[in-house]
Design a protein around this ligand. Sequence first.
Ligand code: FAD
Length: 388
Amino acid sequence: MDTKETKSDKKKVVAVVGGGLVGALNACFFAKRGFEVHVFESREDIRTAKVVKGRSINLALSHRGRSALKHVGMEEKIVSQGIPMHARMIHTPDGKQSPIPYGKKGQYILSVDRANLNKQLLTEAETYANAKLNFDHKLQDWNAETGTMTFVRGDGSREHVLADLIVGCDGAFSAIRKQFMRRSRFNYSQTYIPHGYMELTMPPRDGDFAMKPGYLHIWPRNTFMMIALPNLDQTFTCTLFMPFDEFDKITTGDQVLDFFEQYFADAIPLIGVEELKSDFFRLPAQAMVSVKCSPYHIGDKCVLMGDAAHAVVPFYGQGMNAGFEDCIVFDEIMSQFNEDLSAVLPEYTRVRVPDDHAIADLAMYNYIEMRAHVNSKWFLFRKYVDNF
Ligand code: FAD
């Protein structure tokens, strides 16, 4: 594989813990700056793994995320593999559909495959000669004074690693964040919403998408909703968001069918009766958590980014996008302060915490907006006036 030479021969070691979406992208940002970058990921390499466990199958990439990808020369590659969604397509209970554009004519968000995006970012990180990916390395503990991390491997062996800067990109249940929790004046809150989510597949029909692909389809039903995003293989991934109490009430295939007939009748023939009855019980509904914390750093040693700093509920489609934007903001502050970590890290907290908290609040607000307000005639009228 060709490897990129970076502009300096700095030897500072940056450990990126977590090789998910934000960690893999961040590795590119740090490698581009010439640091010696080591990514430590608890899972095996998803590019070669037989089964890739994770969250949503696809996600919406928007302006924030695209800007970050552009910084590391990945925008075009990822955009070319995404499906533009120009509007939300609202499905009423009686099967009518009406679009609500996201913005002005020509503006859109993209449906992208999560696993593919993660794989491409890992491969991009590997093109830098000064970046190394370490899979099957689960962070167990680390020392905020010395910067020493302890990793456990699949075979139970332990590895101790020292870094100048530790970047915690290990997701909503961050092991890096645990050290922050032990420190004075660290603020932390987490909220589980009463809703869970479940993914169902809508297969292609006669060799084409079963619904119009240029849209994010929404079936808003006030206390719950279903959405569907298109995939490159002409399937749709439908995600049902509903209170856990309601999921618990549905225990047989016939009950699934009754429920869908009442609320999502137009989707039944598109998903398929038998597929729906079995798919519904394939996996239990998954929980959704919102995490806010502050500060995002410890001294000049460690910084949190992505979901490790701010897990948000998915209704604003901005969790990954905001995590990608973290990388740009940090990179800009690095330039501003000449890579002096003792100045960069506090400034990052100062600048970034209010914005990430605002995204978390907006996501919580959209939790109601998407399933309830989009139903109102007033909303439809307002969107109509806004966009035309
Ligand atoms: P993660 O993706 O969680 O990655 C963390 C990585 O760290 C993982 O690879 C994990 O294996 C690794 N790790 C964990 N613990 C350790 C450890 N101890 N040691 C080493 N490695 C470790 N966002 C959007 O922008 N648009 C959307 O449309 C969207 N839709 C969503 C739909 C759903 C249903 C959900 C649940 C989320 C959605 N999101 C969306 C949010 C998005 O998934 C997250 O914001 C994003 O995955 C965050 O990336 P991350 O790299 O910070 O964390």
